[in-house]
Design a protein around this ligand. Structure first.
Ligand code: IMP
Ligand code: MG
Length: 188
């Protein structure tokens, strides 16, 4: 993304919650932990598109053990800022996960519905284990309980963008994470 686009997108932020440096430090720490926990195991990192693609790219490069990467796409949001409650699989994985150790990587756990749906789907495929890694978690909004084994940061109940997270497909290329100005999405 060009600098001018980034500058323009930054103008739409009410505040920056996590800087690029803070995010990178957290990603490195999580990668170290994952590398220790899965040493000697057959690890498949499964990113949830589209939001997790930036996080997965950084995480994969910081993980120091052999691991394969795959992606799954799930839709639960339209162009709004609240989950429709309807979760739909729009792209499946290429790899089989049977007998393998799966690390599901998500950008943010909000209501928890997306992960809940996905974990059920994956468990039916008989992996050796499933662990969840979420960059962000909004604990105050959880509607279903989902296990998060590795978490980057906890965030308040506000709509955040950047580092892969979008509003209406924008802001994904921002290197930081911030709260979007409510007037951008037309909230009161
Ligand atoms: P959940 O199913 O309600 O947990 O929603 C998870 C999905 O909603 C995430 O994968 C995000 O794509 C999206 N989402 C939830 N909160 C936010 C946010 O604050 N900013 C951007 N996307 C969000
Ligand atoms: Mg999303």
């Amino acid at each position: 993304m060009s600098t001018s686009t980034q500058d323009a997108e930054r103008q739409d932020l009410e505040s920056v919650l996590f800087t690029e440096e803070q995010i990178q430090a957290r990603v490195r720490a999580i990668a170290e932990q994952v590398s220790r926990d899965f040493a000697g195991k057959d690890l498949v990192v499964v990113g949830i598109l589209r939001g997790a693609f930036v996080f997965v790219a950084d995480l994969m490069r910081a993980i120091t053990i052999p691991a394969t990467v795959d992606f799954i796409a799930i839709e639960s949001y339209g162009a709004g800022t609240r989950s429709s409650g309807v979760v739909r699989l729009t792209k499946d994985m290429k790899e089989t996960i049977e007998g393998k150790h799966v690390l599901v990587v998500e950008d943010i756990v909000d209501s928890g519905r997306t992960l809940h749906y996905l974990l059920q789907l994956m468990e039916a495929r008989n992996p050796a284990s499933i662990a969840v890694c979420a960059l962000l978690q909004k604990p105050s909004r959880h509607e279903v309980i989902v296990p998060v084994h590795y978490r980057g940061f906890s965030v308040p109940d506000e709509f955040v963008v950047g580092y892969g997270l979008d509003y209406d497909q924008r802001y994904r290329g921002l290197p930081c994470i911030g709260v979007l100005k409510p007037e951008i999405y037309g909230a009161a």
